[in-house]
Design a protein around this ligand. Structure first.
Ligand code: FES
Ligand SMILES: [Fe+2]
Length: 397
């Protein structure tokens, strides 16, 4: 059998990946170390940690992190692994608490991870050396990210470069109006590759294709795009601002990207009939009929309309299973039932993600077949192509 390095060297540019990148546990083990545990993953919005004691648990590739606000108002991240004999400490997905009690033998930890109680241990037992281990946490303009290494990539360039477009949408002042989890029995790369390309949108997503212009040919797209830019200027929204360094991020830096695309004329936002679903965000004074794409590292993507933001987080679970977590965010002061309706808000990306899940699972079944061989990308799959090229670079020895 060929080695992983031989497989990487034999990859034909412009073609999909060899079967073993999706099926081989050896490849997955290398991905864990070089990609999955080294990169930042979105773990929620600061509004989900408003008070000391508010916590959430993030599960990624067999690891589990507790993120909690401490009494001093700081966000802490801990490995959800008891320092006694290793049980998971927190079994809830989110909540509010003043301490974490391990369900196995009852060791108790405070909001700074310190061990505060351990029954029937010897006199000289040193509690101080048994604090929960730390995972890395960063907040970027209201978005909380977690990384499962002590030596994470720097987020400074991302924080600085995206400050302006993120302020435009008032990211710091959002709140999570709805959240759904989609478990996808397929390798994580198939899930993200599907998100990266819109070659499938016209065939698979009639609802999305009605409003987004991504699948138009270059000339028609430019025309619609120019209209949006004029409307943006009329709404007082700043110029289109693009920074595309997701795949080619400088060494030691988290990759990020921002771009803005027009919606079709009749659509003000990503909703069933194109009409608004929530109050305008941030600096918007009107609908410019555009949608912005943000990338934060290789797993977290956000689509920002003038009145809401949809975050898509793809997490590898194991080499055959991934998860897509979607957060729908609206302005922090918006009131459910009055300013927005959850069903209207979530309609587009819920049906789109349900159909994506089916596509990805079918893709996975075919990729596992002995008849599968890598096939050529279309021009509309160029982002997917650059994504897999980035993966191969990271995996290379
Ligand atoms: S494993 Fe947590 S108290 Fe024993
Ligand atoms: Fe899709």
């Amino acid at each position: 059998m060929r080695s992983i390095d031989e497989l990487i060297a034999e990859h034909k540019p412009g073609y999909s990946l060899d079967q073993r990148f999706y099926t081989d546990p050896g490849v997955y083990a290398r991905e864990l170390e070089r990609i999955i545990y080294r990169n930042w993953i979105f773990a929620g919005h600061v509004s989900q940690f408003a008070e000391p004691g508010d916590f959430r648990v993030l599960n990624v590739a067999g690891e589990s992190a507790i993120i909690v606000r401490n009494q001093d108002g700081e966000l802490n991240g801990f490995a959800n692994v008891c320092r006694h004999r290793g049980s998971l400490v927190c079994l809830e997905e989110s909540g509010h608490t003043d301490k974490f009690a391990c369900p196995y033998h009852g060791w108790m930890y405070d909001l700074d991870g310190g061990l505060i109680a351990a029954r029937d241990m010897p006199e000289d037992f040193d509690k101080e050396s048994r604090s929960l281990k730390r995972v890395s946490v960063e907040v970027i303009h209201g978005l909380v990210f977690v990384c499962f290494t002590d030596d994470p990539l720097s987020v400074e360039a991302c924080r600085t470069e995206l400050a302006e477009p993120m302020a435009m949408f008032g990211f710091e002042n959002l709140k999570v109006a709805a959240q759904k989890t989609y478990d996808i029995p397929a390798n994580w790369k198939l899930s993200i590759e599907n998100y990266q390309e819109c070659y499938h949108c016209a065939t698979a997503h009639p609802e999305y294709a009605r409003m987004h212009t991504l699948m138009l040919g270059d000339e028609r797209r430019d025309r619609v795009q120019r209209h949006m830019e004029e409307r943006m200027a009329a709404c007082g929204v700043k110029d289109i601002y693009i920074n595309r360094v997701d795949a080619a991020a400088p060494p030691g830096e988290m990759g990020f990207a921002y771009s803005r695309t027009a919606l079709f004329e009749k659509y003000k936002t990503g909703s069933k009939d194109g009409s608004p679903v929530a109050p305008l965000l941030g600096e918007f004074t009107d609908y410019d009929r555009g949608a912005s794409d943000f990338n934060f590292g290789p797993f977290s993507f956000m689509l920002a309309y003038s009145d809401h933001v949809v975050a898509y987080v793809f997490t590898p679970m194991d080499h055959n299973n991934s998860r897509c977590e979607i957060y729908w965010m609206v302005r922090g002061d918006a009131v459910e039932g009055k300013d927005y309706d959850v069903d209207e808000l979530t309609w587009l990306w819920d049906i789109t993600t349900i159909s994506d899940k089916e596509i990805i699972v079918n893709n996975s079944k075919g990729v596992h077949s002995k008849y599968y061989e890598p096939g050529p990308f279309s021009a509309m799959e160029k982002e997917e192509r650059s994504y897999i090229e980035w993966i191969l670079r990271e995996l290379k020895d």
